[in-house]
Design a protein around this ligand. Structure first.
Ligand code: FE2
Ligand code: FE2
Length: 278
């Protein structure tokens, strides 16, 4: 029996309603010499045992965006039992016009998804043949509209994309955040987003800025690693009043942060400046 099943069976469940369980995996990189199939198949076994409500894959499924790589990764992912699978492209997937194959297999690159009291917007931050990314001004309205069409503070709002919104330590020279990171950050804060999920540099990290948790996943199955980081993926339990985050390393350990309080009232600090006349 897996660790997570034990948690759900204990007294813990009685005091807090059943959580929504989200798994985030990222940066699979099928087609690279550093791709390790057993890490991915093991992670999928672990995920199926956990039986999450939603699985999100935050890009870089392939190495070069080739059709053959897309077909291979599709076969690897087919055993995932979770019906709510959200897949989005990364910079590697948009190489060589690979986004066309992405659309053939996974559909829209910008998606809105509702599950109980959770709203997820998945946006394509990749640019064809470029490693850096952006969301772009033309999508800010879409983000604002989608998040405003929710039932107020009760909705837990999640924004997912491949690139980083904030710098992450131990990723070397900074070139990984969105070209329009500041503007996107403001749109997300104004939209009262609760959680941002990213991938990209294969270094897991978590920041909290204003009232948004920003979780970056490592790579689940690629040995193109930095420093001492090992392949891993994220498991997020969303309760009515709190969030638990587990970082799981296939075949190996689990790191966790439990009991992060949800903050229903959000206000951008910068909006609190008042003017004082001379
Ligand atoms: Fe990657
Ligand atoms: Fe990437």
């Amino acid at each position: 029996m897996y660790f997570f099943e034990k948690i759900l069976e204990g007294d813990f469940m009685a005091e807090n309603k059943k959580p929504v369980i989200i798994v985030q995996i990222s940066d699979i990189h099928v087609g690279e010499v550093h791709f390790v199939p057993s890490l991915l198949t093991r992670a999928i076994d672990e995920i199926n045992e956990l039986n999450p409500d939603i699985v999100i894959i935050t890009g870089d499924l392939t190495a070069n965006g080739f059709r053959r790589e897309y077909d291979t990764v599709k076969n690897y992912l087919s055993p995932i039992k979770c019906k709510n699978l959200i897949v989005q492209p990364g910079n590697h997937d948009s190489r060589n016009v690979g986004y066309i194959h992405f659309e053939d297999i996974y559909g829209e690159r910008y998606r809105s998804f509702d599950y109980n009291n959770i709203k997820i917007l998945a946006a394509d931050s990749s640019e064809p043949d470029l490693d850096n990314g952006q969301i772009g001004r033309e999508y800010y309205k879409w983000i604002k509209n989608e998040f405003s069409n929710t039932s107020g503070n009760e909705t837990f709002k999640i924004f997912t994309m491949h690139h980083h919104l904030l710098p992450v330590p131990n990723t070397g020279r900074e070139r990984n955040i969105l070209n329009d990171a500041g503007d996107v950050l403001e749109v997300l804060v104004d939209s009262k987003v609760d959680l941002v999920l990213c991938g990209h540099k294969h270094v897991p990290y978590i920041w909290r800025i204003e009232d948004i948790l920003m979780i970056t996943a490592g790579t689940v199955s690629c040995l193109r690693l930095r420093g001492k980081i090992e392949p891993n993926y994220n498991i997020i339990y969303i309760y009515d009043d709190k969030i638990d985050i587990f970082r799981r390393f296939p075949f190996d350990k689990i790191e966790k942060i439990e009991g992060i309080k949800r903050s229903p009232v959000k206000e951008r600090l910068n909006a609190q400046f008042t003017k004082e006349s001379k």
